[in-house]
Design a protein around this ligand. Sequence first.
Ligand code: HMG
Ligand code: MG
Length: 299
Amino acid sequence: MTFPTFVKIVEVSPRDGLQSEPTTIDATTKIEFINRLSETGLKAIEVTSFVSPKWIPQLADHTEVLQGIKKKPGISYPVFVPNANGLKKALAAGVCEIAVFSTPSEEFCKRNVNCSVEECLQRVADITTIAKEKNIPVRGYISCVLGCPYEGEISPEAVLKVAEKLIALGCYEISLGDTIGVGTPLKTKKLLETILPKIPAEKLAVHFHDTYGQALANIYVALEKGIAVVDSSVAGLGGCPYAKGASGNVATEDVLYMLNGMNIKTGIDLKKLMAAGDYMLQHLHKSSHSKAGQAMSGK
Ligand code: HMG
Ligand code: MG
């Protein structure tokens, strides 16, 4: 068993976190939040989504936010795009990296992006064709990899099939999303043991929601398998508006606390990260789901 010596955290709170909050945060606060996150040592911060404002009103200010943040050299600032329409808007706003979506679940696909899995993959193909021309790296999300709120069990083979398609379309990395947090460590192991013979660990990331408190245990399994990119969200913000029961993403503070304890480097300052999380929590008027954050601030 060899753990990675360095893990890259992809901070998804400005997108995955704020898309599901009932309170819509104003653009100035989001910009300040992202600027604070940029000072913590993070190497990747997902800024927003270029999706329909009718579907996700919380992120309707995507252009203002993407253009308003201070882009620090060495940090990537991807945005989520569901179709070529979204990519066109993101390009006009000056985007340098994007993330796309797919899933093996027909029903989740319909509810999330209003089309079939096949149509969704065609949209990804349209996006990657343009992205290649513009030299824009594309990260691929796969949702519901360990279970779907509508279809229940999802087989690892079905996830592998989608992952291979996304790689063939040009995604440089696949982020495996446990959208509703139903995964457990042995299920995670089985999924990774199905995927890893076909797709190397260097092309994989994990994205856990923490509904049943399984995320850290699942991340540990992924680390054991050599995966060195973990998506997480400061203060455990997040969810998915189209997945009933999807609670927050695993808290970045908790992931960092575990990685620090395992002597795995991330380059991130935990105290600065907690302060950035507190800043957003004050604006959302809620308390942190991060166990590390609560313990260190004596809550
Ligand atoms: P639709 O209604 O089927 O789209 O929505 P349409 O093509 O029929 O167009 C309808 C209208 O939307 C038109 O405008 C289009 O111009 C407009 P109208 O003529 O009515 O004025 N439109 C757009 N506007 C802005 N940006 C766009 C865009 N595209 C069309 N990109 C659509 C299809 C995909 C747009 C919609 O379903 C949508 O926006 N869905 C949001 C999905 C979303 O953001 N979900 C959450 C992110 S995924 C997630 O959280 C999971 C993840 O975290 C991993 C995990 O945890 O598993 C990634
Ligand atoms: Mg998510």
